[in-house]
Design a protein around this ligand. Structure first.
Ligand SMILES: Nc1ncnc2c1ncn2[C@@H]1O[C@H](COP(=O)(O)OP(=O)(O)O)[C@@H](O)[C@H]1O
Ligand SMILES: [Mg+2]
Length: 231
C-alpha cells in the first residue's frame, strides 16, 4: 500500500475547547488509485488531506506512507518527505504574481537537493504535462483561472511525486473548467499511474475517480468503487 492510515484521530485545541475533526479513520490506498473524498462542510476532509500531506500530524493513530511510519516524524523530516514524495494543490492557486508560469512551477525545486541541475527543463516538462508549455512566460494575471490551476498542478508535479493531493481544486472554477481539470487529473492518473486523493463536494467531479469515499463527522461512512469513471 502507498498509504495506510490506522485509527487516525485529530482533535484541535481551541483555548479550553476540544474540537474533534477526525475520529478513527482507517484507510488503505494502493499506488495508482484515483480516490475522491466527499462529505459535508466541517466533516474533516481538509484535516484528513493535511495529515496525508504531512502538513499536520494526527493526535493519535498511525500513518504509513510507502511502508514508512510518518505520523511521528519531526517537522523537518516531514518537510523533506513532503517535498520528495507529495504534491499538493488547493482551491486557491497560490501563484506569485510577479513570476512567470515557468518560475512559479520551478519554485519547489529551490528546496530540492541537486539544485542547479536543469530546473528550467524540469519546470517546462511539468508545464507540458498540463498542456501549458506554450504559456511558460505568461504572468499569472495573463492566465485564466483554469490555466492558473493547471500551473499550480504543474508546480505540484515538478518534483515527480508519487502522491498527488488536491483539496477542492475545482472549487474556484466554473463547471466546464472544473471538468477540464478533472479530465486532466484522470489523464495523469491513467497515463502516468499517479496516485491521486482529491477532496470535492461535487459528485459530478467525483465521478471521474475510480473510488469514492464519503466522510461524515470525522469518520469514513462509505468507500465505493466506481467501475465506470466519467470522462
Ligand atoms: N485549525 C483549526 N483549529 C480548530 N478547529 C479546526 C481547525 N481546522 C479545522 N477545524 C475544525 O475541524 C472540523 C473539520 O474541519 P475541516 O477538516 O476543515 O472540514 P472540511 O474540510 O470537511 O470542511 C471542523 O469542525 C472545523 O471547524
Ligand atoms: Mg475543507
Amino acid at each position: 500500500m502507498l498509504i495506510s492510515l490506522r485509527s487516525i484521530h485529530k482533535t484541535y485545541q481551541m483555548d479550553s475547547v476540544h474540537v474533534p475533526a477526525l475520529r478513527g479513520v482507517s484507510l488503505d490506498v494502493a499506488a495508482g488509485e484515483f480516490v475522491t473524498i466527499m462529505g459535508p462542510s466541517g466533516s474533516g476532509k481538509s484535516t484528513l488531506l493535511h495529515i496525508l500531506g504531512c502538513l499536520d500530524q494526527p493526535t493519535a493513530g498511525e500513518y504509513y506512507l510507502d511502508g514508512e511510519l510518518v505520523s511521528h516524524l519531526p517537522p523537518r523530516k516531514l518537510a523533506q518527505l513532503r517535498n520528495s514524495k507529495i504534491g499538493i494543490v488547493f482551491q486557491s492557486f497560490f501563484m506569485l504574481p510577479r513570476l512567470s508560469a515557468l518560475d512559479n512551477v520551478a519554485l519547489p525545486l529551490m528546496y530540492s537537493p541537486g539544485r542547479g541541475n536543469g530546473e528550467r527543463e524540469l519546470a517546462l516538462a511539468a508545464l507540458a504535462k498540463v498542456h501549458l508549455a506554450d504559456r511558460a512566460h505568461h504572468l499569472p494575471r495573463q492566465l485564466s483561472g483554469g490555466q492558473q490551476q493547471r500551473v499550480s498542478l504543474a508546480r505540484a508535479l515538478v518534483n515527480q511525486p508519487e502522491l498527488l493531493l488536491a483539496d477542492e481544486p475545482t472549487g474556484n472554477l466554473d463547471r466546464q473548467t472544473g471538468f477540464q481539470i478533472m479530465a486532466l487529473l484522470q489523464e495523469l492518473h491513467v497515463r502516468q499511474g499517479l496516485t491521486i486523493l482529491m477532496v470535492t463536494h461535487d459528485p459530478e467531479m467525483a465521478a471521474f475517480a475510480g473510488r469514492q469515499l464519503i466522510i461524515r463527522d470525522g469518520m469514513i461512512m462509505s468507500d465505493t468503487k466506481n467501475h465506470a469513471p466519467a470522462g
